[in-house]
Design a protein around this ligand. Structure first.
Ligand code: HEM
Length: 398
């Protein structure tokens, strides 16, 4: 398979490609380097079983010799120390520090504030003439305002987070120098913010984590930076795409859109179907094999990298009836858009609440909402799936 074909296959048009792989080569050797293979796994059952296995790990340094800790550049270290990229016991320790702040019960208390934020954004959109970009004007600001307030980072700086975040999720499009410069700017920004919060603590998560860092050995300095970078990025990049991709799926299926407008009590199942149908996260579930495993006749060796495709799993015909059909009343809907196992998305209750509020508020305010472009373009990302923009008309009656 040529490089060109491979790259285009991973963009959003990947669904037919995945369908083919599920049938013909469910454990597919994508490439080989220095004797190790990178595999793509596409069937639901296999993706689930790999994400559950303790022998499929995140920390590559257990398998290959790495640079000495203090030689590691900052832009690499910040990712190595993220909860998302570490294994137990460190993973357990880090997750325990933040879990209480993201439990469904804690998140429910944010509902009135999220409703207000959605109302404010909708009022701003009403003032605009002509088509509106739903991504820029609604899907992006909503989750970034919510996570910024929760963490205690200034909301006015959201465009900076957007740029840094974009650098990270589109890393393949950047030079090493640009990538390093952006990550270093991000860390420098946090340095200043941490100093401010340390001098004048507030009721926010950053102030609480700074206190934890001071109090004992539960959180190192490097881990604190990694945690905040992770929460800012994970806290909005994906939810933008739940709202954007979900609205696109609704526009592509006008009968489902009408059904939802006429009965907003269907929003919860609609959100789940949007997560399944155009899953916002795809390959960021990469794991390294610590032990050899034979799967569907293929031998995955120690040191191989496995890319478990969530969006392929979520369209697996062995798991879902009519998987390519978009059905906002689908039940049961055991999609794995939030992953599975110990790294299951920390922010799932928040993302679900934001998604529900976003669809309900938008469709209540604009029951005649229409797509205003022929072919919305997908962003060029390997790990996530999201749109560059989504131009809509708000009040076209017809
Ligand atoms: C982990 C998806 C929203 C924070 C994950 C994983 C997935 C995912 C698939 C697991 C990755 C893996 O196994 O390697 C999503 C989707 C979202 C969303 C589809 C929105 C629709 C959020 C939000 C937050 C968040 C709003 C805010 C806090 C995290 C964190 C992890 C994570 C911290 C790492 C958990 C761990 O390693 O234990 N997410 N996410 N996510 N997500 Fe989300």
């Amino acid at each position: 398979m040529s490089q060109e074909v491979q790259e285009s296959n991973f963009k959003v048009g990947a669904y037919p490609f995945f369908k083919d792989l599920r049938k013909t080569e469910p454990v597919y050797p994508l490439s080989k380097e220095d004797g190790n293979t990178t595999w793509i796994v596409t069937q639901y059952e296999d993706v689930l079983s790999l994400l559950k296995k303790p022998s499929f790990i995140k920390d590559q340094s257990k398998l290959f010799s790495q640079q000495e800790e203090d030689e590691t550049p900052l832009e690499v270290k910040v990712f190595q120390n993220m909860m998302l990229d570490v294994d137990p016991p460190d993973h357990r320790r880090l997750r325990k520090l933040v879990q209480p702040h993201f439990n469904p019960k804690t998140i429910r208390k944010l509902e009135p504030r999220i409703l207000d934020i959605a109302d404010d954004l909708i009022n701003e959109m009403r003032k605009k003439d002509g088509p509106v970009d739903l991504i820029d004007d609604f899907a992006f600001p909503l989750p970034i305002i919510v996570i910024s307030e929760l963490l205690g980072v200034p909301v006015e700086d959201r465009d900076k987070f957007r740029q840094w975040s974009n650098t990270i999720v589109s890393a393949a499009d950047n030079t090493q120098e640009d990538f390093a410069a952006d990550i270093n700017d991000f860390i420098h920004y946090l340095d200043i913010l941490f100093e401010e919060r340390q001098a004048d603590p507030r009721e926010d998560l950053i102030s609480k984590l700074l206190q934890t860092r001071e109090e004992g050995d539960l959180l190192s300095n490097d881990e604190l930076y990694s945690m905040i970078v992770l929460l800012i990025i994970a806290g909005h990049e994906t939810t933008v795409n739940l709202i954007g991709n979900g609205m696109l799926a609704l526009f592509e299926h006008p009968e489902e859109l009408d059904k939802l407008i006429n009965d907003l009590s269907l929003t919860e199942t609609a959100v789940e179907e949007c997560l399944r149908y155009y899953s916002p996260v795809d390959f960021s579930t990469a794991r390294w094999a610590e032990e050899e495993l034979t799967l569907r006749g293929r031998t995955i060796k120690r040191g191989d990298l496995v890319l478990a495709s969530l969006s392929s799993a979520n369209r697996d015909e062995k798991k879902f009836d009519n998987p390519d059909e978009f059905d906002i009343t689908r039940k049961p809907n055991s999609h794995i858009a939030f992953g599975y196992g110990i790294h299951f998305c920390l922010g799932a209750p928040l993302a679900r609440l934001e998604g529900k509020i976003a669809f309900q508020k938008l469709l209540t305010a604009f029951p005649h909402i229409k797509l205003a472009e022929k072919r919305p373009e997908w962003r060029n990302m390997f790990l996530l799936r999201g749109l560059k923009q989504l131009l809509i008309k708000l009040n076209t009656e017809s």
